[in-house]
Design a protein around this ligand. Structure first.
Ligand SMILES: [Zn+2]
Length: 198
């Protein structure tokens, strides 16, 4: 389903420039999800999100990643989701341009490595040895996790409740309303509010 959305682009402000693509499909073990992609034909801004057919509560998902078998577990990360690697003190919050994705634990680790790589290049250019050392430590630890030689806890915190980790050992729990309010809700799209009312 493709439709023109009567909304201004949140980035460039062009009126009625947004196009929305909705695609509903069955994701194995997760059930039916609708993938929504919004794009602006004026500036090229684009965002993807996933909305489950069944309503979900604010929740957290935790998986102790201790072997290479956990590395291939599927992860659905919605645009409202905060991702943490607890033991390494790493956290990605949604921010205003967050986008949803379906990946696996390895893909999530790769995203952290790539973000750390960006910081490392910056530190390298500025000759900041302390940060450089810290980045190298984190990168090698992430590699150890991928090889099953270091155990960490992957945690998803989602005030909207659309994110999930698919593994039989993954533990989900509800987040209190109070805690949910403290989490960054990510970008807000008027169109998504309409679909969640249905
Ligand atoms: Zn735009």
């Amino acid at each position: 389903m493709e439709s023109q959305v009567e909304q201004s682009c949140p980035i460039c402000g062009t009126e009625n420039s947004l196009k929305m693509l909705a695609h509903t499909s069955e994701i194995p073990y997760f059930g039916e999800h609708t993938q929504i992609t919004m794009s602006c034909h004026s500036c090229g801004w684009r965002v993807t999100d996933f909305i489950p057919a069944e309503g979900k509560k604010a929740g957290s998902w935790k998986l102790v990643v201790s072997s290479t078998e956990h590395i291939s577990s599927r992860v659905v990360r919605s645009s409202s989701c905060t991702v943490r690697i607890v033991e390494l003190g790493l956290e990605v919050t949604p921010g205003s341009s967050s986008t949803g994705y379906i990946s696996n634990v390895e893909g999530v680790l790769d995203r952290f490595s790539s973000a750390i790589g960006t910081i490392r290049r910056q530190a390298d250019a500025e000759g900041d040895g302390d940060i450089l050392k810290k980045c190298d430590e984190l990168l090698s630890k992430i590699d150890m996790v991928k090889n099953g030689r270091l155990t960490v806890t992957l945690e998803l915190l989602d005030p909207v409740g659309h994110s999930q980790i698919l593994h039989e050992e993954a533990v989900s729990s509800e987040i209190s309303d109070e805690d949910a309010r403290e989490l960054d809700p990510g970008p807000v799209y008027p169109v998504f509010d309409v679909s969640s009312d249905n």
